[in-house]
Design a protein around this ligand. Sequence first.
Ligand code: PRP
Length: 209
Amino acid sequence: MQIQLALAKGRVAKKAIALLGEVGYTFPDYSDDSRKLIFTDSTGRIAFFLVKSPDVPTYVAKGVADIGIVGRDVLMEHPAPVYELLNLNIGRCRICVAGMENAQIPQNKKIVVGTKYPTIAKHYYNEKKQPVDIIYLNGSVELAPILGLSDYIVDIVETGSTLKENGLVVLEEIAQVSSRLIANKVSLKTKRAAIDPILEKFDSMRYDG
Ligand code: PRP
């Protein structure tokens, strides 16, 4: 029985594929620069496919993928009816509010926030009872406060170098994030015998780096 794994493209995919290698699954066809999207491991037990991160919970919820690896940020932004099996401890970063160093934002004013995470941002400012206009952006979010599109951004900070190189600073931390192993609820019942060994291998790694 082959397990279908949905993997978020980009930094997480590289780390997840390295982690799969460490637990014994190798993908001979895979290389960083390949444009191929589906890869099968040398034993045929797992096939993974690469999708944009917000699509991972969708593929898993629909049962096209039995399991998926995706950041907690994505699960917070796009809640889906899937089981979260394990914190893989890879792709660790923080969701933060950032802005221009020394920016003077008048008190008691509705603030404008640019973000790829409108749900997370809305929830955060609702809790704080802070009036906010959220502007949804697809990427290069750091540009928004620099060019005057927004007062602040809510975004992922990993090394902090993107903020630093653009003269921005972290102002508040919203949440700690790392990659999670998720599973389709039906697959977990019908393919338990094939999923369990994968889960056990990841669990036994107790990955800390
Ligand atoms: C993410 C995030 C920041 C950057 C943070 O963007 O939105 O821009 O990484 O990483 P750092 O703290 O290590 O610098 P991504 O690379 O996914 O590109 P994007 O702006 O096109 O979404």
